[in-house]
Write a protein that binds this ligand. Structure first.
Ligand code: DAK
Length: 257
């Protein structure tokens, strides 16, 4: 598969997905969204891939938002359709993907860029990173799930402030607010993501996928997260991974998932 806007490689059970438009600070255009969807779908289907790390090329930006040149001329109807399609194609599918994803935020993560990071399961940032949802400064609102996911992550009050001021926050503030889980120096960003990935990869992929589904269920309107958890818990029983996990414990050895 040839990609124009992203780099995609799998190594040691990790899929590395890098948005590669550094001249535009890795701004997300429609083609990039389709390529990301393709890469994530391939990574999810590949059972040898146990974790994804998503980042931006070079050291200035993770993703500086949706490509402003591209979305400047949409009509009202097109806007709603594109938001719906984009959310389904990339942001929702990434959040609901059974393979865990880590956003390695290596610089500006703005607008659609922060929305993509928020759709990942875990976020870490380099200490130079800056994050914000500046959409209202352009006369739009976050359209890729940002109003919902930011409020879920940092609480309604802080989300309201970030969205209505259109301001940026530092990596340090993002860490204090719970928007990112860890911060580190830029050269440590990918190694830190890999360390988290290696911890994840010791565990049962099937149970991880069930856990992701259960956690996400609690944030969906009209879905009872506790019910989903009970069902997913039950589904784990009788699986070879559950057998391996419990047998390994009783035999005092590491499980081989
Ligand atoms: N789109 C297109 N090009 C961008 C860009 C963006 N978002 N961000 C940066 N660039 C380009 C710049 O135009 C510049 O290109 P040249 O002029 O060199 O050709 C190059 O990247 C370098 O940028 P700067 O020269 O501006 O670099 P600085 O260091 O001076 O400033 C900056 C860095 C990140 C503060 C600045 O570039 C900036 O403010 N960028 C824009 C940030 C922003 O407002 N992003 C968009 C947020 S709104 C939708 C759903 C969702 C959305 C849209 C549509 N639909 C459903 C349709 C989401 C919208 C957003 O993301």
């Amino acid at each position: 598969m040839d990609y124009k806007n992203i780099l995609f490689e799998s190594k040691n059970a990790i899929a590395y997905i890098t948005v590669n438009r550094p001249k535009q600070l890795n701004a997300l255009n429609a083609e990039t969204i389709v390529e990301l969807n393709t890469a994530i779908t391939i990574a999810e289907k590949d059972k040898s891939v146990r974790c994804m790390i998503i980042t931006g090329a070079k050291n200035k930006a993770f993703i500086a938002g949706a490509d402003i040149k591209e979305f400047a001329n949409h009509s009202k109807k097109e806007g709603e359709e594109l938001a719906r399609k984009g959310q389904e194609l990339l942001f929702d599918m990434l959040e609901n993907c059974g393979t865990p994803s880590i956003a390695a935020i290596n610089g500006f993560a703005l607008g659609g860029g922060l929305e993509l990071a928020m759709a990942c399961h875990i976020r870490i940032a380099s200490d130079n990173a800056k994050m914000g949802l500046p959409e209202v400064s352009l006369g739009v609102i976050p359209g890729y799930g940002g109003t919902q996911r930011l409020a879920n992550l940092v609480g309604k009050g802080k989300a309201m402030e970030m969205i209505t001021t259109a301001g940026m926050i530092s990596a340090d503030e993002a860490n204090k607010w719970g928007l990112v889980n860890h911060i580190c120096q830029q050269e440590e960003l990918i190694p830190t993501a890999e360390k988290i990935a290696s911890k994840i990869m010791r565990n049962s992929p099937m149970a991880i996928a069930s856990a992701i589904k259960s956690v996400n269920a609690g944030f969906k309107t009209g879905v009872d997260g506790f019910e989903v958890e009970k069902k997913e818990f039950g589904n784990c029983f009788g699986t070879t991974e559950f057998q391996e996990g419990t047998t390994a414990f009783l035999e005092k050895r590491k499980p081989n998932f």
